[in-house]
Design a protein around this ligand. Structure first.
Ligand code: ISC
Ligand code: MG
Length: 453
């Protein structure tokens, strides 16, 4: 008999049960939840492909619309749920998965209106694939004094979902046809880049990341499972994430880690500065070499590394920061990359690091608060969860957050894509526009739309 854990005398009672399952495809499990749990699922795979998570259904939601203290609020409620409810350690730790908006003070009405400033879920059914082993958890959280009866029903459902995922072939739906593509606020974007460049040259600010968006319209709706599957094919070297919110799914394949905490080790990375891939290996190497010595891109990168280093000095000990960046080559683009690590101080936590790091100057700018204000005013759009932390934390406080770039929000037959770039004194609006075109490519291919690109 699998072990069931729980308590009876707190506000919530949190029951978990873990079973090990053989041979279970994460994508198939996600797809198996299509009928009953569409709109209430998540998907996560780390960059190294050593951890895959799928959540189906909501056992519990922890969300808020706070402008300040949104991290502390989630952290506190999660700890409360774990500490007061789990009597014993579950076989596989329950996971809280979700994300934050880029800027909770941005009130522009948009496709993101239904997403709270912080949105996290504990799934009813949680799949964890790690070290070649697959585990499915049931989570049942109640604030009433109830019998364990519903648990029996959940076991039946769990077994049905696993069965479906194992025996039904993964349906790979054809990509719908792109029928319309709009570059949203293109003139505003170009103007914003020019204006910000000027303000940087006048020493008003040092760096600001300016982004823009595409709206795509297709002849049909999307299967979220297929969209995630396609993204994994397009960007095998990136994190893969998907977070459903009723009719909408925010998903993407991002190369950028915000922060990971495991056994008190904290890891982050500066990822900023870009150049396209070459048409052959020779050109690719030339482009990469030129990126490594290009002052404009090294400038973009330096602000990020310095800021992360400063945060790590506050929250960690024994910090390691490389003296110069190396290249991260992904399918469409090469970036300057500096991994940073340290030992988390006893009193520090993952959410504290997320709060202190978001947004790094790879997504926001330097100084941070001034940059966020300029972004809010000059982009004239709402980034929603684009360029913001997305990830997970477990009951022990370990977890990982990536930065939600190379991403799209999909709603029925529409997709909204986002891409930006770091503006410094040497920036030019047309080159930055070009850089965003390259950054749109993976999501455009994933969605089957590359009209005029
Ligand atoms: C803001 C984005 O990329 C960031 C990450 C890597 C390189 C960047 C750059 O070179 O500008 C950006 O800072 C994006 O992809 O939308
Ligand atoms: Mg750039």
């Amino acid at each position: 008999m699998p072990k069931t854990t729980g308590t009876i005398d707190t506000k919530y009672r949190f029951y978990t049960e873990t079973i090990e399952v053989s041979r279970l495809s994460a994508q198939a499990f996600f797809e198996a939840g299509d009928e009953l749990y569409r709109g209430k699922r998540y998907f996560w795979q780390n960059k190294e492909k050593t951890l895959t998570l799928v959540g189906l259904g909501h056992a519990h939601i922890i969300a808020n619309n706070l402008e300040d203290n949104r991290y502390e609020d989630i952290d506190m409620k999660w700890k409360e749920l774990c500490q007061s409810s789990l009597k014993e350690k579950a076989d596989v730790s329950p996971i809280l998965f979700g994300g934050f908006s880029f800027d909770p003070k941005n009130k522009v009405s948009s496709e993101w209106d239904t997403f709270p400033s912080a949105f996290f879920v504990v799934s009813k059914f949680q799949l964890v694939i790690q070290h070649d082993q697959a585990f499915v958890n049931i989570h049942y959280i109640t604030d009433e004094v109830k019998s364990m009866e519903p648990f029996e029903q959940l076991r039946i459902e769990r077994d049905a979902l696993i069965h479906t995922a194992q025996v039904k072939e993964l349906k790979v739906h054809a990509k719908p046809t792109l029928i319309k593509r709009e570059d949203r606020l293109k003139d505003e974007y170009l103007h914003a880049v020019e204006d910000v460049t000027k303000r940087i040259r006048e020493d008003e600010i040092q760096k600001v990341v300016i982004a823009r968006s595409l709206k795509l319209t297709f002849n049909d709706t999307f299967s979220p499972a297929t969209a995630i599957y396609n993204a994994s094919m397009e960007q095998p070297e990136s994190y893969l994430f998907g977070l459903e919110n009723d009719e909408k799914i925010f998903f993407g394949a991002t190369p950028e880690r915000l922060v990971k905490v495991e056994n008190n080790k904290a890891q982050s990375a500066g990822l900023a500065g870009s150049i396209r891939r070459g048409k052959n290996s020779l050109e690719d190497k030339e482009l990469g070499d030129s990126l490594l010595t290009d002052t404009k891109n090294l400038g973009e990168h330096k602000y990020v590394v310095e800021m992360i280093k400063k945060v790590f000095m506050q929250y960690c000990e024994d910090i390691k920061v490389p003296t110069r960046p190396k290249l991260m080559k992904i399918r469409d683009i090469q970036h300057l990359y500096s991994p940073i690590e340290g030992d988390l101080k006893k009193e520090s936590s993952l959410f504290e690091l997320v709060q202190a790091l978001h947004p790094t100057p790879a997504l926001g700018g330097e100084p941070r608060q001034d940059a966020i204000k300029i972004i809010r005013e000059s982009e004239q759009m709402n980034r929603g969860y684009y360029a913001a932390p997305i990830g997970w934390i477990n009951a022990e406080g370990d977890g990982e957050f990536a930065v939600g770039i190379r991403s799209a929000l999909v709603e029925n037959e529409h997709a909204y894509l986002y891409a930006g770039g770091g503006i410094v004194a040497e920036s030019s609006s047309l080159e930055e526009f070009e850089e965003t075109r390259v950054k749109f490519r993976p999501m455009l291919r994933t969605l089957g739309g590359n009209m005029n690109d």
